[in-house]
Design a protein around this ligand. Structure first.
Ligand SMILES: *[C@@H]1O[C@H](CO)[C@@H](O)[C@H](O)[C@H]1NC(C)=O
Ligand SMILES: *[C@@H]1O[C@H](CO)[C@@H](O)[C@H](O)[C@H]1NC(C)=O
Ligand SMILES: *[C@@H]1O[C@H](CO)[C@@H](O)[C@H](O)[C@H]1NC(C)=O
Ligand SMILES: *[C@@H]1O[C@H](CO)[C@@H](O)[C@H](O)[C@H]1NC(C)=O
Length: 396
């Protein structure tokens, strides 16, 4: 027994070393049995390569080379011995059938300190089967389809230059994490694909989403409870629902949302431009220090919107006004066109009026000759600079 265990260990070590030297320091999933035929499930090979890299000294990268790999749901977990790289050069495809997933993710990176995901490859969620079942919109009892790529309990990570297409639910979810930069991402799913948020961030701090393009059927970047210290910069969105803080206040004991900056972004052909959205409910939390700056909004139905009356499913008249308190929100240098007459719509809660909502240099056109309007309630917006439409309290 002892001898054969030793022999097999030595054999594994020799194998790892040869695999390592063959691919420039990365463990190639093909050396662990992955076949690039788009049909054979490479999940086992990906997991084995990850485990080998994670637990070895020195080898810290897993390579998915060029080619088309079917990969069933996998959780790539740490803690690992050193920093880890997941280099995706080819395409990984999820099983098309939502029934193949027992968890709420397809590929999950968990409990890792120092992670890089790069390589220019593509995560293909093969989502059409999930969308055609209507996602989970509106149904009370319905299994939520899996997120394509999830990062949870990850610290100090860079997600760089990868693509995500046709997720079944969110494309990328960052939760319970800190110090993550996601950049040069290309995220694509059809305008009518439900719940395909580009990047959703919750219970995480010091997160940057930069230099990316998101075309999807839902929010471009969405900010959930507990997001603190988030910078969204140089991101182009549309189609989809725009950049959104919320929905907040749906559940009890949500953590506050704070220190959010959205800067130099373009949002085009979307339902909303920049939005803060809270549910009608008794659950209290706060959202504050939120700045939307240098944003070009083209042809959005609601270019600037605060909606504290969100209530898509229930009989809304019975629901209490939102108890999420919104304060210190800046809309600075927001320019472009509105697809509807109400270019600025600030619907704050009657139970919890918004405080310190500052509009500066807002310049939004509706169709030629037809002036857009600003509507607001339960807030006294402060405005300065160019203001089209004007949001003076006298207008209320
Ligand atoms: C929010 O900003 C304040 C003021 O700069 C800072 O003290 C605090 O650490 C920030 N919090 C996060 C989570 O970014
Ligand atoms: C945004 O993009 C421009 C041009 O590529 C670049 O100069 C600038 O540094 C970027 N901003 C950030 C914060 O990365
Ligand atoms: C804003 O972002 C665009 C690309 O998204 C870039 O071309 C431009 O240089 C950026 N401007 C600044 C001031 O960062
Ligand atoms: C607001 O958040 C930004 C980061 O997004 C931070 O730099 C700034 O100090 C915060 N301001 C306050 C008053 O907390």
């Amino acid at each position: 027994m002892a001898n054969s265990a030793t022999a097999s260990l030595l054999c594994t070590a020799a194998f790892l070393l040869s695999a390592w030297s063959a691919s420039g320091g990365a463990l190639n999933v093909k050396d662990f049995g992955a076949i690039a035929d788009g049909r054979s499930d490479a999940a086992g090979a990906v997991l084995a390569a990850w485990a080998a890299a994670c637990f070895s000294d020195g080898v810290t990268a897993v390579l998915v080379p060029a080619g088309n790999f079917l990969v069933g749901p996998v959780a790539l977990r740490g803690p690992c011995k050193g920093p880890m790289t997941f280099r995706l050069e080819g395409t990984v495809k999820a099983p098309a059938d939502p029934a193949a997933f027992s968890d709420e993710y397809w590929i999950s990176f968990e409990s890792i300190d120092q992670l890089t995901v790069n390589g220019g490859g593509t995560f293909d969620g093969q989502g059409a089967t999930a969308w055609s079942r209507g996602g989970c919109t509106g149904a009370s009892k319905c299994r939520i389809p899996p997120v394509s790529v999830r990062f949870s309990f990850v610290k100090w990570a860079t997600i760089d230059g990868i693509s995500s297409i046709d997720s079944k639910f969110f494309h990328i979810l960052i939760s319970d994490s800190e110090h993550i930069t996601a950049q040069f991402l290309t995220v694509t799913s059809p305008a009518d694909s439900p719940n395909t948020d580009g990047v959703h961030i919750t219970r995480s701090s010091d997160i940057t989403v930069a230099h990316s393009t998101v075309r999807s059927g839902d929010d471009c970047v969405s900010v959930g409870p507990g997001a603190a210290g988030l910078l969204v910069v140089n991101v182009t969105c549309g189609p989809g629902h725009g950049i959104s803080v919320g929905s907040l206040g749906r559940y009890e004991k949500e953590e506050d949302v704070k220190n959010i900056t959205v800067k130099n972004c373009t949002v085009q052909g979307t339902q909303n431009g920049v939005r803060i959205k809270t549910w009608r409910s008794n659950y209290a939390s706060s959202a504050y220090n939120i700045t939307f700056e240098d944003v070009v909004v083209k042809d959005a139905a609601n270019p600037i919107i605060i909606d504290q009356y969100y209530c898509p499913h229930l009989s809304c008249n019975d629901q209490p006004p939102s108890r999420v308190s919104i304060s210190s929100v800046n809309f600075w240098n927001i320019r472009g066109t509105s697809a509807t007459k109400t270019a600025v719509n600030l619907m704050c809660s009657s139970a919890n009026p918004c405080r310190d909502v500052d509009l500066r240099d807002v310049d939004i056109y509706y169709e030629a000759g037809n002036k857009p309007v600003c509507e607001f309630s339960n807030v006294k917006p402060i405005s300065s600079g160019i203001m089209q439409p004007a949001c003076s309290p006298s207008h209320a």
